[in-house]
Design a protein around this ligand. Structure first.
Ligand SMILES: Cc1cc2nc3c(=O)[nH]c(=O)nc-3n(C[C@H](O)[C@H](O)[C@H](O)COP(=O)(O)OP(=O)(O)OC[C@H]3O[C@@H](n4cnc5c(N)ncnc54)[C@H](O)[C@@H]3O)c2cc1C
Length: 369
């Protein structure tokens, strides 16, 4: 039985796993292709539920840059305001969060090797003598090397950050739905602070456009034009988000976690919380395998049992909103507003667990307001 663990990728999922394994006394090494922890992470955003973030067991306080208490969904001329009772989400500096995760993994005894991109042959030879974990993100080399089932849909994103923005309410994030300009996904604005705003867009890979041209259409649209007149764009970058979980996440002694496994909310593309929680499931399965001789396949069963329902519900909701035409989405927002869906979600919403929203809806019958 292999007792050494090699993790490919020092994103949050890989680092959370490394910390848990090292705390359990396992010889753990993380290989990271980039020269520094968090390099390139500005491609992604950092809206995380406070409850989910707390469940990861990381001392994240120094990474928080803003608190969000309102979301506004736009479609055409309609909008739905969801104002939460109390703050439910943080905006975090993702680079800082990754650094904090690395600090805790190293303090626990894990080794991190930077500037070390592992190719196919190296991965195969490592898997000969160690437990190998692919935490290498959406385009996982580990998944392709060991022929894991494919992910059939990705969202292509383009994201920028502006400074000197006059932001009305910097505790409000906005989502803009239009199947014409952001096919099967949406565009968004997220305030990092009083005058720094992130603006981004995602489109299904099935759209024939690239994400930068979708972004240009969006910032010149009536939804946002005018707001950025005096603002200065700091950077812009493209990335990719998986929209479904892989059908298999363990093969022999090779496991996948995080984006590599597709453990992402298809509704919003958020993957830090589920990736981190599944990393903790992987740690428990690996420790049980090493200490008690149980099968590594238990990992696949465990994360699907604990998080599979919510990830499936995210996928269903994504399929529903993606199937709507722009005017159909506008109509849904209009009806939702009349039915009091905004205030219901403000009181009982849960960014990570649609099952909790359903439970609350069933418990409260038709008293949606
Ligand atoms: C535009 C955008 C916005 C997002 N917004 C949010 C959000 O608001 N909230 C949220 O929760 N999630 C968000 N996400 C998703 C989130 O960023 C991912 O789910 C999360 O980063 C996945 O973490 P991970 O550790 O699995 O992978 P990653 O963070 O992708 O880390 C993988 C690491 O592996 C390394 N690597 C890759 N290949 C190799 C190799 N061969 N050898 C060695 N190292 C390798 C990479 O350099 C990287 O550091 C967003 C994503 C995008 C693109």
């Amino acid at each position: 039985m292999q007792k050494k663990v090699v993790i490919v990728g020092a994103g949050t999922a890989g680092l959370i796993l490394a910390k848990q394994l090292a705390l359990g006394g396992v010889d753990t090494t993380v290989h990271e292709a980039k020269k520094a922890i968090g390099d390139g992470i500005e491609k992604a955003s950092g809206i995380l539920s406070i409850e989910g973030l707390s469940s990861l067991g990381i001392d994240y306080a120094d990474s928080v840059t803003n608190i969000l208490d309102t979301a506004i969904l736009h479609a055409g001329r309609e909008q739905l305001v969801i104002k939460t009772t109390g703050a439910k989400a943080f905006v975090v500096d993702r680079r800082e969060l990754a650094r904090l995760c690395a600090k805790e993994a190293t303090a626990a005894g894990a080794k991190i090797v930077l500037d070390s991109r592992l190719g196919r042959e190296e991965l195969k030879s490592i898997a000969d003598g160690c437990i190998l974990v692919g935490a290498d993100g959406a385009v996982s080399n580990v998944a392709s090397t060991f022929a894991f089932p494919k992910i059939n849909e990705y969202v292509l994103t383009y994201k920028t950050e502006y400074e000197n923005v006059d932001i009305d309410d910097y505790h409000t994030a906005e989502l803009f739905f239009s199947n014409n300009s952001s096919h099967r996904f949406f565009a968004w604005t997220v305030p990092y602070s009083k005058e720094r705003l992130e603006v981004g867009i995602g489109e299904s890979m099935h759209s024939k456009r690239n994400s930068k041209s979708a972004f240009n259409t969006f910032i010149n649209s009536s939804a946002i034009s005018g707001r950025l007149d005096k603002a200065k764009q700091i950077y812009g970058c493209a990335s990719i988000i998986p929209l479904e979980c892989r059908k298999e996440t363990v093969k022999g002694n090779v496991l996948l976690i995080g984006d590599a496994a597709g453990q992402v909310k298809a509704t919003t593309g958020g993957g830090v919380i589920f990736g981190g929680m599944c990393a903790k499931s992987a740690a428990r399965a690996i420790l049980d395998h090493i200490n008690k001789g149980t099968k590594l396949e238990m990992y696949d069963k465990a994360w699907r049992k604990d998080y599979g329902l919510d990830l499936k519900l995210h996928k269903l909701i994504h399929e529903y909103y993606s199937s709507l035409s722009s005017s159909g989405f506008e109509m849904v927002l209009k009806i939702s507003k009349i039915a009091g869906v905004g205030s219901f979600l403000g009181k009982y919403g849960d960014m990570d667990k649609p099952s909790t929203i359903l439970k609350n809806f069933i418990l409260r019958g038709n008293k949606i307001r």
